[in-house]
Design a protein around this ligand. Structure first.
Ligand code: GLN
Length: 479
C-alpha cells in the first residue's frame, strides 16, 4: 500500500520506528495531489515548499531525539475557512481571493503544536454555504468515487482530498452538516463535535451559533486522534467549553454491551431512498450483534424537515447576513473599482465579490431579521430551535446514542440540484437539527452501492467518547 493510502495512526507508528520519514510521506501526498487534483479540484492552494521544509525539520528533530507532537509528520489539509498566519484564506469567495490571514486559528495553532504538516487549503462552497461544493468561486470539486457526482458540501474539498489519498487528515467545518454529508458521499469519516468543544477562533464565521470545526479522516481512530489535538477550552472563544477533554483514543477500547441505540420513526419516511434506509437499518443490526439494544424513539419536531430545515435556514441566514456585513471593500478583501461614493463602493464591492447563493442568503437573512418580520421568522425559529433541543433531550432519556441516515440520498450528479435551492437545502434534513441542538454527531462509511453510504450516530452534549466508541464498532462491522 502506498504511504498516502494509510491512516495517521499507522503512519505515526511507522514514523516513530524510523521505517519511513516525514519527507517521504509528504512527498507521497504531494505526488498524489499532482497526479489527481487537476481532475477533482479538491484544493484551492497547495504549499509544497512549506510542507517539505516542515517535514525535513520534523525528521531532523526526530533524529536528534527531540520530543514530538502526536501528529508529527502527518500531512493535513485545512478547509479554506481556517486562518493560517501569512497564508491565503479565501472562503471559496472572490471577495477574499487575495486575503492573507494575519493570525492562526486556535485549531491551527494546536495542530502546529501537534507537529502536523499543513499541505494545503481545501475547496468549499463559498463561505461554507451549500451541500455540493459547486458554489465555489474556484470551481466545483468532483467526487473521487465518481467524477460525475458532487463530493457533498460544504467541506467537499476536505472529504474528496482524504478519499482520494491526497492527504492523510483534514479539517472541515460543520454548520448544518458540512463535515458529515461530504464524508458520507466520499466514503470517509466526518465528525461534528459538540458546539463549544473546539474553539471557533480563527474560523471565518458563517453562522456563529451553529459553526463547529470537525475532523475528516480515513477511519474512526484518526478522528479520535485529530479531535484530541484540537479540542479544549480557549479563552479567545467565549462559547468554548471548559469541560475537561477525555482521552478519545482510549475510549475506543471499551465495548458497547448494553448501549441503547435509538432509531426515530420520523427518520425513515416511506419515500426515503431504499439503499440509504437499508444501510441505517443494517448498521442498527450490526450494533445489536455487538451487544447493543435497539429502542424506538420519537423526534416529533427535530425529525420533521418542515420544522428543522426552515428553522435551520432562517437562523443560519440571519446570522450570515450579520457576519458577512464586514465585507465592504474598505478594510480588507476585494474592492470594486471606480466608485465615487462610499455607498456605491459597498454596493459594487458586494455585488461583484459575492456569488449568487451568498447574496440570496444575505438578503433572506436580512429580511428575516427586519422590523415587522422578526417576530414571524427569526423569533419563531428561535422558539422552534428550543423545541428541537427538547426533542433530543427527551430522546436521550431513553437511549445513549441515536442512529440515522446522514443524507436522504447518495452523492447526486453535478448540476442536478443547482437550480433548485430548496431541493439543495433538503439534503440537510438529518444533519442540520444536530447543529441546532449543539450535540455531537459522526458520519461513518457503512455500506456501498455504486457509491459510498454513511450512517450517522448522534450523542448527547460532550459525549464524543461514546460516539467514537460506537462508531469504531460500526466501522469494524462494515469492514
Ligand atoms: N448545507 C448547509 C448550508 O448550506 C450546511 C452548510 C455547512 O454546514 N456549512 O447551510
Amino acid at each position: 500500500m502506498a504511504l498516502n493510502q494509510a491512516t495517521a495512526h499507522e503512519l505515526s507508528a511507522r514514523l516513530q520506528q524510523g521505517e519511513i520519514t516525514a519527507r517521504q510521506l509528504v512527498e507521497a501526498a504531494l505526488d498524489r495531489i499532482g497526479a489527481i487534483d487537476g481532475q477533482i479540484n479538491a484544493f484551492i492552494s497547495v504549499d509544497p515548499a512549506g510542507a517539505l521544509t516542515h517535514a525535513d525539520c520534523i525528521d531532523q528533530r526526530r533524529a536528534a531525539g527531540a520530543a514530538l507532537g502526536p501528529l508529527a509528520g502527518i500531512p493535513l489539509a485545512l478547509k479554506d475557512v481556517l486562518c493560517v498566519r501569512g497564508g491565503r484564506t479565501t472562503c471559496g469567495s472572490k471577495i477574499l481571493e487575495h486575503f492573507i490571514a494575519p493570525y492562526d486559528a486556535t485549531a491551527v495553532e494546536r495542530l502546529r503544536t501537534a507537529d502536523a504538516v499543513f499541505i494545503g487549503k481545501t475547496n468549499l462552497d463559498e463561505f461554507a454555504m451549500g451541500s455540493s461544493c459547486e458554489n465555489s468561486y474556484f470551481g466545483p470539486t468532483l467526487n473521487p468515487c465518481d467524477p460525475e457526482r458532487v463530493p457533498g458540501g460544504s467541506s467537499g474539498g476536505s472529504a474528496a482530498a482524504v478519499a482520494a489519498d491526497e492527504t492523510i487528515l483534514a479539517l472541515g467545518s460543520d454548520t448544518g452538516g458540512s463535515v458529515r454529508q461530504p464524508a458520507s458521499y466520499c466514503g470517509v469519516v466526518g465528525l461534528k463535535p459538540t458546539y463549544g468543544r473546539v474553539s471557533r477562533y480563527g474560523l471565518i464565521a458563517y453562522a456563529s451559533s451553529l459553526d463547529q470545526i470537525g475532523p475528516v479522516t480515513k477511519d474512526v481512530e484518526d478522528a479520535a486522534l485529530l479531535l484530541q489535538a484540537i479540542a479544549g477550552h480557549d479563552p479567545r472563544d467565549s462559547t468554548s467549553s471548559t469541560a475537561p477533554v477525555p482521552d478519545y483514543r482510549a475510549a475506543l477500547q471499551g465495548d458497547i454491551r448494553g448501549l441503547k441505540v435509538g432509531l426515530a420513526r420520523e427518520h425513515f419516511p416511506a419515500a426515503l431512498d431504499s439503499e440509504v434506509a437499508a444501510a441505517a437499518q443494517d448498521a442498527a443490526n450490526a450494533l445489536v450483534d455487538a451487544g447493543a439494544e435497539r429502542v424506538d424513539v420519537e423526534l416529533p419536531v427535530a425529525g420533521h424537515p418542515e420544522y428543522c430545515i426552515s428553522t435551520y435556514y432562517i437562523i443560519a441566514m440571519a446570522e450570515a447576513s450579520a457576519n458577512l456585513a464586514r465585507y465592504d471593500g474598505v478594510k480588507y478583501g476585494y474592492r470594486a473599482e471606480g466608485s465615487t461614493d462610499l455607498q456605491e463602493l459597498y454596493l459594487q464591492t458586494r455585488s461583484e465579490g459575492f456569488g449568487t447563493e451568498v447574496k440570496r442568503r444575505i438578503m433572506l437573512g436580512a429580511y428575516a431579521l427586519s422590523a415587522g418580520y422578526y417576530d414571524a421568522y427569526y423569533r419563531k425559529a428561535q422558539q422552534v430551535r428550543t423545541l428541537i433541543r427538547q426533542d433530543f433531550a427527551r430522546a436521550f432519556a431513553s437511549c445513549d446514542v441515536l442512529l440515522s441516515p446522514v443524507a436522504p440520498t447518495t452523492a447526486f450528479r453535478l448540476g442536478e440540484q443547482l437550480d433548485d435551492p430548496l431541493q439543495m437545502y433538503l439534503n440537510d434534513i438529518y444533519t442540520a437539527s444536530v447543529n441546532l441542538a449543539g450535540i455531537p454527531a459522526i458520519s461513518v462509511p457503512f455500506a456501498h452501492s455504486d457509491l459510498p453510504i454513511g450512517v450517522q450516530l448522534l450523542a448527547p452534549t460532550l459525549e464524543e467518547a461514546r460516539l467514537l466508541r460506537t462508531a469504531h464498532v460500526l466501522e469494524r462491522a462494515a469492514a
